[in-house]
Design a protein around this ligand. Structure first.
Ligand SMILES: [Zn+2]
Length: 469
């Protein structure tokens, strides 16, 4: 036991000492994030491929931590699976089209729990500017209640220069975001709760913008309030410093509403408490509502994931150590095992498997090495604690022969004929010749066995609660 703990500490220290950047454990960490924490449907090779692509073309993604990247890819895959991508004017949709488009959409909602733009069902991709009959004009992109239209050449341009505050995907999905707020009642409660205040602040900024020359935002933002919002989003992501300087109040409130702060590059663009506090001191006119300054825990580190890690890394070895050090509970190995597995499966089936919270193989792993290992280890610890609670006297039970089956050590109860199992211990006696048992003075130690042991009473029918003579 102590050896094992020392080994764990030594291992942790070695990694800390010789692999501070965690290069060695990085693949394991990546695997854990991809498969266990975010239960992504992509395998390692696909994960790498998307990761490399996004890191190359999307600077927001590039700045994310390993954890942030796994979360991003998880959302990206969900988004892609849900939307219908349709190539127009000869475009054949490929993964790269989907990845780049989805990446822009995911950026906007990266801070919120609600990130899928439920109302947007179709995404039309044109090779370049396209003619729209209803408004009789050539368009770079457009969006309506159910669909987003984009021109590929402009999509690429938008991501190629990430500092010019021009990004078609962000622009159109900012519109889609507003559509979702309006048409999907369940969407983004946090942003909705903020909307009145945000509208108020945006109105001010919009008025300022109209009178101001040269403008902080490009001219198109003055078209109307919807375009103002879409253009503001482009500035929010591509020129956050500029945005903050010109409209600190709007920037801050937008940041809190989206739970995303593009200025906080080091920490996955999180809105941290210090930022909220310092801005609240600055924005005394319209402070950030208290209830909204708390943070969304998007993809939560829920306990089943910890159960897998702890169960596998700690409890599984611990279980075997405890098993070898002492003996198991009287129910027997098999029954204990089956009960535990059944309980874990019944408890987790609907919650984790059916709800697709876990991929099938992760669920299997969770059952067998996660929760199950924890429960069994708990049993063992409990068993050993109970057994060790009888310190009075040690009695040597001689067993001079190797038994094929198992023996149970029990004691005679004071009421005469019934025997109560006391410190009930089953021993796979193949390896045991002598056994130490602790008992109190008044009790007689008896060995029950299916075979004859010289000097001891023999019992054949052993049940847990009452043992007949
Ligand atoms: Zn627009």
């Amino acid at each position: 036991m102590i050896t094992f703990l020392l080994f764990v500490i030594l291992f942790a220290w070695l990694i800390h000492r010789y692999d501070p950047k965690m290069q060695l454990v990085r693949p394991i960490h990546e695997f854990y994030l991809n498969k266990v924490q975010y239960h992504n449907q992509v395998n390692r090779a696909e994960f790498k491929q998307i990761d490399q692509f996004l890191a190359k073309y999307n600077s927001f993604y590039r700045a994310l931590s390993l954890d942030g990247r796994a979360k991003f890819i998880h959302r990206l895959e969900e988004f892609i699976a849900e939307k219908q991508f349709i190539g127009q004017d000869g475009i054949v949709i490929q993964d790269q089209h989907k990845w780049l488009i989805a990446s822009g959409a995911i950026m906007i909602t990266f801070g919120s729990d609600d990130y899928l733009y439920k109302n947007t069902r179709r995404i039309l991709v044109y090779p370049q500017e396209f003619y729209n009959r209803s408004i009789n004009r050539n368009l770079k992109g457009g969006s309506s209640k159910f669909q987003v239209m984009l021109s590929w050449n402009n999509i690429v341009k938008g991501f190629e220069d990430d500092k010019d505050a021009l990004n078609l995907v962000i622009h159109e999905f900012a519109h889609a975001f507003e559509f979702a707020l309006r048409y999907v009642s369940s969407t983004n409660k946090r942003f909705k709760a903020y909307q009145l205040l945000l509208d108020d602040i945006a109105e001010d900024a919009f008025e300022v913008l109209k009178t101001e020359k040269p403008s902080a935002f490009r001219k198109y933002a003055q078209t109307n309030r919807k375009e103002f919002f879409a253009v503001a989003m482009e500035y929010f992501f591509e020129q956050p410093e500029n945005f903050m300087r010109n409209f600190p109040e709007l920037y801050t409130h937008l940041s809190v509403a989206l739970n995303l702060n593009p200025l906080n590059k080091e920490h996955d663009f999180r809105v941290d408490e210090r930022f909220v506090d310092s801005m609240n001191r600055l924005l005394f006119k319209r402070p950030i509502p208290k209830e909204l300054s708390t943070f969304v825990t998007s993809e939560k580190h829920t306990w089943p994931q910890w159960a897998i890690v702890l169960g596998f890394v700690l409890c599984t070895p611990l279980f075997f150590i405890l098993m070898s050090e002492y003996n198991e509970v009287p129910l027997g190995k098999g029954l204990m095992w089956v009960t535990s597995i059944m309980a874990v499966t019944l408890f987790g089936y609907k919650k984790y498997y059916k709800s697709k919270y876990m991929a099938p193989f992760v669920f299997l792993f969770y059952i067998s090495f996660g929760a199950n290992a924890m429960i069994l280890t708990g049993f063992m610890l409990l068993n050993n604690t109970i057994v060790n609670e009888y310190p009075e006297r040690k009695v040597m039970v001689p067993i001079d022969k190797v038994y094929k089956r198992s023996i149970i050590i029990g004691s005679e109860a004071s009421d005469g004929h019934d025997y109560q199992l006391f410190n009930p211990i089953r021993v796979d006696s193949n390896f045991i010749k002598q056994y130490h048992v602790t008992t109190s003075d008044s009790l007689l130690v008896t060995v029950f066995t299916e075979e004859h042991i010289p000097g001891w009473v023999i019992y054949y029918d052993i049940s847990l609660n009452s043992i007949k003579r």
